[in-house]
Ligand binder design. Sequence first.
Ligand code: SF4
Ligand code: SF4
Length: 336
Amino acid sequence: MTRERRMERTTPVWQAPDETIELMGPVSGNDLNGWGETEVRQPSLVMWANPAHLAHGAVQRRMTEQFLDHPELRSVLRTDDRHSPVPVAPDRVDATPDQWMADVREFAMGEAGHRVELVGVSQPRPEWFFEGRSSDLPFVIMLGLAMDHGELATAPEHTSAIEVHRQYNRGTAAARSLADFIRGRGYEAHGHGGPGAGPMQMVPAAIEAGFGELGKHGSIINRELGSSFRLAAVLTDAPLQATPRDIFGADDFCVGCRICTDACPPDAIAPDRRLVRGVTKWAVDFDRCLPYFAESYGCGICIAVCPWSKPGEAPRLADNMTRKRTRTAGVGHRSS
Ligand code: SF4
Ligand code: SF4
């Protein structure tokens, strides 16, 4: 399959320099991620944590050094991570789940909440938490932060990485503000944004909360923003309600599209789904992606070239795919 895939490419496959291959070390990230495993399990922490505890920590360290060496990147890299959450108020605000949802949306999408573009809620599953991590809090509020596609499309230049980090910073600030807002109303809440790994994987939580479908490039495709957005999250016991999944045909679209597959310099995006920790899904080849990612300020080519990410295109494509799905299978607009 790999040989056939490479023969179809019109551009040569990027080869990692020996120095980067050496930094990668002997451990396969795909093995750590559970490729081929039939059982559902918690994911291992593979990147964006304390590099001393990571199999590929040397690669992460070098990326951090490169960012810090670059004056423009250094200015957006969040190095001071101190934040003091407000105490949980002794008296709880008494409101219905509908009212809580409206209040959370209003806060998060308003100025105090950093004007996030997407808000949804899901009920965390144990297998979303990294090994050794868990939470008794019954809800996770997912936030989506739109990226400037013009900046994103400069990938793999450093200007794309600047925009990615700007939105990670906005997401972290938004999640912390929202958590403080909820704590001030008498409930537990813990906010987290990227790029550092928090307690849980955010992509499955965001898909469950209705942000969209998983694309072949391993990121979410949203019906408004395509893949041009970043995520942040707030775990809480506030009396919220889960928002429904949104299935509009992005997955079907990916089956017949190979734009990201062809554009990925190291050929890390497979044309077929894979079995990963008991679930068959689109999955990027970590061992191929990471060396290029590390050499190119976090890359991002795949989400930039995705046709859904082009400003204004996602709603049109979503409508087309929904009409097609309705015609061929009689399925509805949204599914829970
Ligand atoms: S570029 Fe095409 S195949 Fe890749 S994620 Fe986007 S729609 Fe799917
Ligand atoms: S981030 Fe870059 S290297 Fe990684 S899968 Fe996307 S295009 Fe390929």
